[in-house]
Structure formats: C-alpha cells, structure tokens
Design a binder for this molecule. Structure first.
Ligand code: GRG
Length: 282
C-alpha cells in the first residue's frame, strides 16, 4: 500500500472529494433556498470522518487511489446522512444548539422550517446517490440496506429518540452504551463496512468490532472534551456517570480493542485503520 498514514490519506483524497460534493449538490438541487441551506451545512467545515473511513476501508481492501472517485457518490451519501443528522440534532426541539462548528446552526441561519427541509433533502438525496452509483447492483443494494439499517429507526434515529425522551432519567451504563452505539457508532460502522464491501471485501466480525469500538470511542472523546469545557452535569454522558478518569480508561480500552480487532482482519491492509486510532491520542 502506497499510503500508510490516515492524515496523509485525507490530504490526498479530501480536496477532490469536497469539490465533488459541492459540484454535485449545486448541479442537482434547483430550489435556491433548499440548495443554499443544504450546502451551508455540507460546507461548514466538517472533518469528513465517515467518508474518509469509507475510503480507508475500500483502499485497505485493494482499491487503488486513482479508482476512489468511483466510490464518491456512496461515500458522499454517508456524509449527507451525517450532515442531516447534525442539522436536525441542533433544532430547538432536539438539542437546541445555536452554533455548530463555530458557525450559526442551520435553523439560526435559515429558520426552523428550511432547516428541517434541508435535513430531509440531504437524507433523501443520499439514497438517490447510492441508487445512481455505477457500482454493481449487489453492492448498491448492500449500501442501501446497511445505511438504512444503521442510520434509521433501527440505529441512529432510535438512539436520538432515547436521548431526547430520557433526558430526565439517569441512564445506567448498559443503557448509555446502547444509546451511544446507536446514535454515534452505527453510522461509523456503516461507513467502514459499506466501504469494505463495495471494494469486494467479505465482511467479518473483526471489522464490525473495530468500527463499533471507534464509534463509541469517538463519542467518549467528544464527551471528555466537552466535560473539560464544563458541559451540563445532568446530561447522560460517561464522564457524568462514571467520572472523567474512568471514562479515559474506558476510551483507552476501546482503542486497544479496536486495534486487536482490525489486526485479526484477513486479506486487508491494516495500516490506515490502525493509523486512524491516533485520532484518540490527540
Ligand atoms: C437527528 C436523527 C438524528 C440524529 C442525531 C447528531 C447525532 C444524531 C449524533 C451526534 C451527537 C453527538 C454530538 C455526538 C458526539 C460525537 C459526534 C458524532 C460529533 C459530530 O461528529 P463529527 O465530529 O462532526 O464527525 P463534524 O463537524 O466533523 O462533521
């Protein structure tokens, strides 16, 4: 494999992929307010972690760097779903956040109605992109199935429902793990598994384990960063439930578990997904 560092891989892939996302939405969405609202959040400086995990899994399964553009629409679909989830999460009746990534939240910039529709538009367009992809039918069908399963009411949407309806109840460790798995880890798992599968890799429990571990670790890191900033102590988070120190230990254990899992994956280059784990050391 040419590239072994995740950061270098991102530098090589992201400029062209970002351009693709912009060009494609600009060309497809004709309603000007809808286009502006969708592009506002898609271009707001997200890290693109999920599509990059998709590309890393595809590359590690043998896809050449020059062939990655064939997968832009499917990887892009995952970023569209992620972007919709953030727009809806910020709404007054959800997390009620005025800012996202240092910019006004979508509903603060465009109003609640347009923000709901921008989210609806991104979610629906994601499945249009997968359906229109040039990948074989079995790969497109798998992408639709896994993405709908993990991002919809069997995954992320279920986690969000638990989150907003259980705000006044103190969740125990098992309940909180399920919530985070659904709300945060399931979409990351979809990114890794769809990326590998679309590249012709047969899925194993090891890659799924890796993805679930990094998904949970991602949430814990976010909660630890927020707890340093003095986030709400009544919120259902691991730092609030078991303390900061125990959460740091749990995060380290998840990263070790993810490493062990990916090292067991056969017919798969491990370098990039191992390198991604550096994200948790920052
Ligand atoms: C509204 C159906 C629905 C679901 C919302 C938004 C969401 C589900 C979950 C995210 C909750 C959250 C803040 C989790 C912390 C970790 C996390 C997923 C942060 C946001 O993802 P990043 O860091 O975002 O990849 P960027 O801005 O880089 O795209």
């Amino acid at each position: 494999m040419e590239i072994k560092k995740f950061s270098e891989f991102c530098e090589r892939v992201l400029p062209d992929f970002n351009q693709f996302l912009d060009d494609r939405l600009n060309a497809e969405i004709k309603q000007p307010t809808l286009r502006d609202a969708m592009l506002y959040s898609l271009d707001a400086g997200g890290k693109r972690v999920r599509p990059m995990l998709f590309f890393a899994a595809a590359y590690s399964s043998g896809v050449k760097l020059d062939d990655l553009p064939k997968y832009y629409d499917v990887a892009g679909a995952i970023e569209l779903v992620h972007t919709y989830s953030l727009i809806h999460d910020d709404l007054p009746e959800m997390d009620d956040s005025d800012y996202r990534r240092g910019k006004l939240a979508n509903h603060k910039q465009f109003g609640v109605g347009p923000a709901v529709l921008a989210g609806d538009g991104l979610l629906t367009q994601a499945f249009y992109w997968i359906a229109k992809s040039s990948l074989d039918t079995d790969k497109r069908m798998a992408a639709v199935r896994i993405l709908a399963h993990n991002a919809g009411p069997m995954g992320m949407v279920a986690g969000q429902m638990t989150d907003i309806t259980m705000e006044d109840k103190k969740l125990d460790e098992t309940e909180l793990t399920t919530l985070h798995k659904q709300k945060t880890a399931d979409l990351m798992t979809a990114a890794v598994t769809i990326g590998a599968f679309c590249a012709g890799h047969s899925l194993s429990k090891h890659l799924v384990q890796y993805a679930e571990d990094i998904g949970l670790a991602f949430q814990l890191k976010d909660d630890l960063d927020d707890s340093t900033d003095g986030e709400d102590v009544d919120k259902n988070t691991f730092p609030n439930l078991i303390g900061k120190k125990a959460t740091e230990t749990k995060l380290n254990d998840l990263v070790k578990d993810a490493l062990n899992a990916v090292l067991k994956e056969e017919k798969f280059d491990k370098n990039l997904l191992v390198s991604f784990l550096d994200y948790f050391k920052e």
